[in-house]
Design a protein around this ligand. Sequence first.
Ligand code: FES
Ligand code: FES
Length: 967
Amino acid sequence: MSVKKGIYIINGAERVVMSEYEKDTLASVLRRIGLTSVKVGCGTGQCGTCTVLVNGDPVRACIKKFRDIPEHTRIETLEGIGTASHLHPLQQAWIAYGGVQCGFCTPGFIMSAKGLLDKNLSPTREEVRDWFTKHNNLCRCTGYKPLVDAVMAAAALMRGEISEKNLEFTVAEGGSIYHTRYPRPDALYKVLGTADYGDDLALKMPPGTLHMGVKWADHHHANILSIDTSEAEKAAGVAAVLTYKDIQGTNNLGAPMTSKMSLAKRVKEPVLCDTKVRRIGEPIALVVADTDENARAAAKLVKVEYEVLPFYKNILESFKPGAVSIDGEAPNDLLRQPVFKGANTQAIFEKANDPDSGVYVVEGSFYSSRQPHLMLEPWSLQAYYDEDGMLTVNYKSQTLWAGMVNVPRAIGVSPKAFRIIEIPSGASFGASMDHHAVAMIAAAEMVVKRPITWTQTYEETQRFTGKRATSYTNAKLACDKSGKILALDFDNAIDHGANANSAGNLEKKVVRFIGYPYNIPNIRGLSRGGLSNEPFGVAYRAYGSPQCYTSSEQLIDMMAEKLGIDPLEIRYLNCAKEGDLTNNSYPFKNYGIKTMINKLRPYYNESLEWAKQPAEAGWKRGVGVACGGYHVSTPADRSEIDIELLPDGSVVQYNCWEAMGQGASIGTLVHMHEALKPLGLPVEKIKLYQNDTKFCPPTGPASGSRSHYMAGNATILAANDLMNAMRKPDGTYRTYDEMVAEGIPTKYHGEFSTVGLYKAIDDFTGVGDPTPDNNLLAIIARVEVNEETGKTRVLAIHGIADVGVIGNFLAVEGQAYGSMMHSIGFALTEDYCDEVKKYGSPLGCGFPRCNDVPDDIEFEFQETPRKTGPHGSGGASECFQSCGHAAVLNAINNAVGVRVYEIPATPDKIKAALKAKAEGRSCAPERYDFGEDYNKILDEALERARTEQKHVETAEEIEEEIRSGGH
Ligand code: FES
Ligand code: FES
């Protein structure tokens, strides 16, 4: 190794830098000297998280060889532009405009923006967007719009057109921060670059910390004949090599299948593969060594002998008769969830065979792709024994206390001696609901008993983590001549990939959200799920509902076209109104969708006029509409928090409200401030202690749009108990000292539960009332499609949502804008399969850049107060990603008259569809074949409901019960 000594002007001052001549990049050098605002995301020059300024120009430091930078070069990082007491205008604006969510992209964006403003202090919005696009600054959380807003505001401040006051939020004395644009507490350290993400903590671990390398499976599907670790054990620096034999617990992270219709009790998800591999990139062996290089090198020496088995790249292949069981025991086609509503579905579709029946039917087969989450931070974890001897893992868990159940059992440690600390997260969107990485590093820690740190490459994270499960739908919809929906019939199959991570739950989402939020009087449908040899399906924002809307929101457009009805009006006609029942035969929790559509109508009409205007040569304009929504919480949900009065009169909340960038800190803060309002505490007197299982109670997962609702209700309960304890007979409040002097406890526990209040979806019939609340969304998209190239550009998205009273506008808008970006990606570009060269990077997976997302995104909120929600709020996040992609798909059809049934709607697919249309052919896929006949499965399910449950609830029975006050 040769070392170069050099002097550089770093953040305005000379610094001596010692670099490894052959290998060091600008990023590795800057991070080594402590400038960890420089984040390494993709590591291949695609994402811009590592952007710094070199002589004033943005440079992606991860691909810049340090040896190519001359001495005395001027290098600027985020650490050099502002301090907590003297923020740079860009940092102030990033906070004020909601530019910070997970914050992993923030340093790179701010430095890139500084590079722009240093050259041009009066850029247009288009110039800002072009700059970010040209410099590959990617953000997965914000939808880019708030970032452009922030740059424009910072420029105005720097030009002296506005003052700092314009970017500050002032709380009136005794005023509320609920329902305002109060900035999130974690924004400050993220704009300063001092938030330590996983790989930043790796640099701060004590000397002697070990590193981990992994022997990943080389085949999609194979039996393991032998594993030889002898060479790896002898390699330089190796402390230990682990195989499944070294895992001290069950070595199985697979959750039980609880549905009575499931054909398996549990599907295996081994911590380390034992007898089989089910997908490329499944872990087989772990190597712990003194350096990252040695650990990776030794992992390559682990030899595995395989018997290669057939590779089933989807469930259409793995469900075929005679296919090998991917699990080894459970059948590949293992999950079934029927739904029945009304008694007339079959009769209505039979009647439609008569052309004079007045029943109109559209049908189609639709596919939703394996959308990757594309968080910019690769997985990075540490494991160690803490000062009390607890086996501790730093991880960006999205469900800490589920990890506290699954992982200890799998690796053989007592949950009481186990601890997970959530570290700042470069986003998740559902991916870190999975704890496989935690189990791996913790199992290794149990063997070596010395601290371990493990950072994956972006490509490894892409391979290792779950994705949105793919979905195949055969569906048909029947309406009368007016467009009123009569019946829906569907057969859907979810491809869970190589294991059944949270499967079962997903099948139940399908029977809830296909056709939601319409009143469909008759439904007969089956939601199936099973295994293939592709990456496993895992939670992803709006879990399960986008797959539903790919089919149902296109079918309703197809029906509008068939009947010559406007697409918005057919939706208005069918939207659920008071008294209508969900697919699952219970009342909706909120019926605001008709008024939402009314509010959206003026923009829709304007859009139709816009579409009539000529576009640029070669492009055609189209307008698409879609309705959707999601649920909030579940029928078996619990949320616990603690609050404590401190000696200085401040109040701290302890919770495990996992912070993925979505706003756990601001959510906790606004609820606390509002709930404790009688105490008149200034915001600064409210403190947060979050996401460490040693000190914080189980608040539940950051999923299912539940956190704001559940933790908020728990906060109100605890706050009331604290205030009751503090209240004196004269109505004033005791101080901490007075409480202590009187022996009154200063710490209170709040627990809010939905258990027993709602009804889970029935395994046989799909009947149920599985949520305390629902939210609603309606979206209009304007697109242009180029008939020659097949390319689509989305020019505007306007939406209206009803998520209850908004707790914090910046956080909710952030979810809305970010979701639109994911939806556009889902519709047009994003996909994942195990061709690592293409899909191992953000852009390879179709990550939308700044100019791929419109600047014209607007949301209106219809804030119907929720009766059971804290401060009138419901839950927000997931409805925003439910149906936006369908609006884009419908707009494409409106523009050029072709429908894309199998997303993403890439230029090739659009060109093929246009060609087929020109030749008078259909481009619709054939009906998918899922093997076993769905009518037979549905009949069996009804029979079992009668014999095993002795009772089948029908829509009529439910209605009768509702009328008699039973529900
Ligand atoms: Fe450097 Fe992605 S561009 S980490
Ligand atoms: Fe931009 Fe998360 S805030 S990636």
